[in-house]
Design a protein. Structure first.
Length: 96
């Protein structure tokens, strides 16, 4: 679980999903720089871990939404605190 949550794209996807359900395209636009392949892999791993639910709505074309589970919301809180800390300390340099 730690490996999954420590992954950059996993943490950012969970952060984006804190706002509520998103479709794949909306998530990809929100997570600038992520390739469709990496986002698909990330969402599958999050779903397998029980952090994200994937809902398919029967329509043409198919409508698929991703949202955090209760476990995912639990993981979102400490990840949000970490993101805040990183943003607050971006100006600090890492010594060699």
């Amino acid at each position: 679980m730690l490996d999954l949550l420590a992954n950059k794209w996993s943490a950012l996807a969970i952060g984006a999903l804190e706002e509520g359900p998103h479709r794949f395209g909306a998530l990809q636009r929100r997570l600038q720089g992520v390739s469709p392949k990496v986002l698909t892999q990330t969402l599958r791993r999050l779903e397998s871990a029980g952090l994200v639910d994937r809902t398919i709505y029967p329509a043409v074309p198919l409508h698929v939404e991703y949202e955090l589970t209760e476990l995912g919301h639990g993981a979102a809180a400490p990840l949000n605190a970490l993101r805040t800390w990183v943003e607050d300390n971006l100006d600090h340099t890492i010594p060699d």
